[in-house]
Write a protein that binds this ligand. Structure first.
Ligand SMILES: NC(=O)c1ccc[n+]([C@@H]2O[C@H](COP(=O)([O-])OP(=O)(O)OC[C@H]3O[C@@H](n4cnc5c(N)ncnc54)[C@H](OP(=O)(O)O)[C@@H]3O)[C@@H](O)[C@H]2O)c1
Length: 299
């Protein structure tokens, strides 16, 4: 059965979210502070509410996409009475502490709260190739998983509402480090600019296949990090260290920035100096954290 859904906020992202719900056949009620932004959606079948309260009352599930948490509070506080028993999914970007505060407030109002992040731009909304991450009420996620799947790959990351924005930051960290490594490799292979022996496209075709191996390493090493045991198999840190020497040398020869190869090498050398030369690469997790800085709990 198709669930009715409300979208509060019709900026570029809110409009894309509402459009995806309409396209998936959900009765979609929309509201925006400034009138006039719902016209295209209404032509496609959405219903425009005259107030945020009316919009909330129209559906068991409301998705909020506003510029800031302050804006979310401005909009929701006056209509808190409408929230009891409903699912509230906040896809507004913000820090973990705001997610926790909103969770506590929504809980007092009787809502089942999910705090989410959208891991794409508006043009990617509606495609299963892109992630949305949700944290908070497991009940709300299970009840509305199918509806949220209209937006993309709906992924639940845990009950702590801070988790979605923490994942956001960590996944972007992984994206930037991967993309910077790829760009470095493009320079190393001599593909940048016209006239190289290998084009960036040719290199990337091979690199994409190599990512399957990298994925295998990540899964293997995740189990090692979780267990605190780092058996190296046939690829110990000592071997990584000597191969990194080649990377640093090649970077210097190509005139590439050597900051990244030197970072790899410095971490590896610290681990080897501490007696871990025969361990796997995953041992470096203990050296990524700055010395003497115990990790805080989530903010
Ligand atoms: N666009 C992206 O690529 C992207 C990607 C990932 C996540 N996000 C996140 O998605 C959220 C929405 O982004 P966006 O791109 O749609 O544009 P935005 O400029 O961040 O948000 C625009 C929306 O916020 C509303 N708004 C702002 N202040 C308000 C207030 N005090 N009271 C009521 N409504 C208020 C605007 O209403 P009015 O029309 O009345 O001004 C409009 O509906 C943001 O948190 C953004 O960080 C965006």
């Amino acid at each position: 059965m198709s669930t009715d859904v409300t979208v509060l906020g019709l900026g570029p992202m809110g409009s894309a979210l509402a459009g995806a719900f309409v396209a998936a056949g959900h009765r979609t009620t929309v509201w925006n502070r400034t009138p006039g932004k719902a016209e295209a959606l209404v032509r496609r079948g959405a219903v425009e509410a005259e107030s945020a309260g009316e919009a909330l009352g129209a559906s068991p599930l409301t998705v909020v996409s506003l510029s800031t948490y302050e804006a979310v509070r401005d909009v929701l506080r006056p209509v808190a009475g409408e929230l009891a028993g409903r699912a509230l999914v906040n896809l507004t970007s913000g820090p973990p502490v705001c997610a926790r505060e909103m969770d506590a407030w929504a809980g007092q109002a009787g809502a089942h709260y999910l705090d989410g992040v959208v891991m794409t731009t508006p043009s990617g909304i509606g495609s299963r190739d892109f992630l949305q991450l949700y944290a908070g009420s497991a009940t709300a996620f299970e009840r509305h998983r199918e509806t949220l799947a209209a937006l993309g790959d709906a992924t639940y990351v845990g009950t702590d509402t801070a988790l979605s924005s923490v994942y956001d930051t960590t996944l972007l960290c992984q994206m930037w480090s991967t993309l910077t490594g790829w760009l470095h490799s493009v320079v190393l292979i001599g593909a940048e600019g016209p006239g190289g022996n290998v084009t960036a496209a040719e290199y990337t075709e091979v690199a994409n296949r190599w990512m399957d191996t990298v994925r295998f390493f990540m899964s293997t090493y995740a189990a090692q990090v979780d267990s605190g045991e780092y058996p190296s198999g046939d690829f110990p840190l000592d071997l990584h260290r000597s191969t990194m020497e080649i990377l640093t040398h090649a970077s210097e020869l190509r005139g590439a920035d050597t900051g990244m190869p030197k970072l790899f090498r410095a971490l590896t050398e610290r681990a080897i100096a501490a007696g871990h030369g025969n361990d796997s690469y995953a041992r470096l997790v203990e050296f990524v954290r700055r010395e003497g800085r115990p990790g805080a709990t989530l903010p």
